[in-house]
Design a protein around this ligand. Sequence first.
Ligand SMILES: NC(=O)c1ccc[n+]([C@@H]2O[C@H](COP(=O)([O-])OP(=O)(O)OC[C@H]3O[C@@H](n4cnc5c(N)ncnc54)[C@H](O)[C@@H]3O)[C@@H](O)[C@H]2O)c1
Ligand SMILES: [Zn+2]
Length: 373
Amino acid sequence: MTNRIIVKYEQKPCYTIAFETSFDKLIEELEKIYNLSEKKICVVSDTNVYKLYGEEVVSILKSKAKVVTDFVFEAGETSKNLNTVKKLYEKLICDKFDRKDVLVALGGGVVGDLTGFAAATYLRGIDFVQVPTTLLSQVDSSIGGKTGVDFDSYKNMVGAFYQPKLVYANIKTFDTLSLRQFKSGMGEVIKHAFIKRKDQFDYLKENSVKILEEHDGDILTQMVYESCLVKKEVVERDPKEKGERALLNFGHTVGHAVEKLANFELYHGECVIIGVMAALYISYKRGNITISEFRDAYRLITEDYKFSLQIPNIDSKEVLNVTKSDKKMENGKIKFILLKSIGEAYIDTTVTDEEILESIDVIKKNDWSFLNE
Ligand SMILES: NC(=O)c1ccc[n+]([C@@H]2O[C@H](COP(=O)([O-])OP(=O)(O)OC[C@H]3O[C@@H](n4cnc5c(N)ncnc54)[C@H](O)[C@@H]3O)[C@@H](O)[C@H]2O)c1
Ligand SMILES: [Zn+2]
């Protein structure tokens, strides 16, 4: 199996995504792009990830790089803000990092987004490398160049499009991830299959036990690789979200609203899956997907991957209102992503309030008996 993907922008190779089962090849990959003996590297990580992998990664880098420092911040979304970025700038200035030097983001999406933003802005841009350690960050946030931080209560409000120089995904890091965090990442993997790849949907169905319970290394590597391919192809064609990239928001329109209203008690992927169910329901009611496709999708989500679809005690109308205040609107209309079939998504701006309300009500009622009729 091939274990490298090259992401290209304007037909030019931009960066490699490497899939490995250890950190052993990190130096080899970095030496393809840098003369490490000239480089200062700052490993940016959070408290949880640094405890698990920080020492190993720092010592590997120290074997070749001129200087290796680290910057570790408190784990969690609440650290993804300008205050943490400020502390990182201070550290880089203190250690005299210049434009030739490199940041390495070792962690999940929070570390990747924050480090990418600091790299985009420090001295008007220095290089950074992503070493994603959650499933969500390997298949989603580390690819595509969206970086940023939250501002007050606004998620990802301040940021930049800025590409990494390398993404190095060590699938073994999933071994220490909680099942709930792993499943949250599965939300995005399932989303990628729905929007572009019926064959991946079938693969996820066939291999659910090996993926969820056994953490089979080969199957996981294949799954992460194929899922990254979907994201890569979309972002290459539409790097700045002018069109097709919106397809990646499948499940996110309603999902983001639920995430916000649940006060971020639910994980991102859990909310995305609720949003995916809403979008599937609307696609079914419109006659785009058949009842049998809808049933297959429902079973994959709730039986094979055991998502509960519980929406906390939130009024459906509130979900609708927050959905409509989301930033992804076009001329006052919600840009909703629906399916034509499993593996084929499209952008629709005609979804009505009633359709959205009905889809949320169905999920809240949690009565899926109509699927067996
Ligand atoms: N840039 C993008 O395109 C993009 C896309 C999707 C999501 N995001 C962002 O990504 C963030 C969510 O990412 P996430 O789900 O990876 O969250 P996260 O980075 O907060 O990681 C989740 C938790 O798992 C811990 N952790 C990470 N790796 C671990 C490991 N291997 N073993 C044990 N614990 C580990 C972390 O310390 C954290 O507590 C959000 O801020 C979201 O906005 C960005
Ligand atoms: Zn997402």
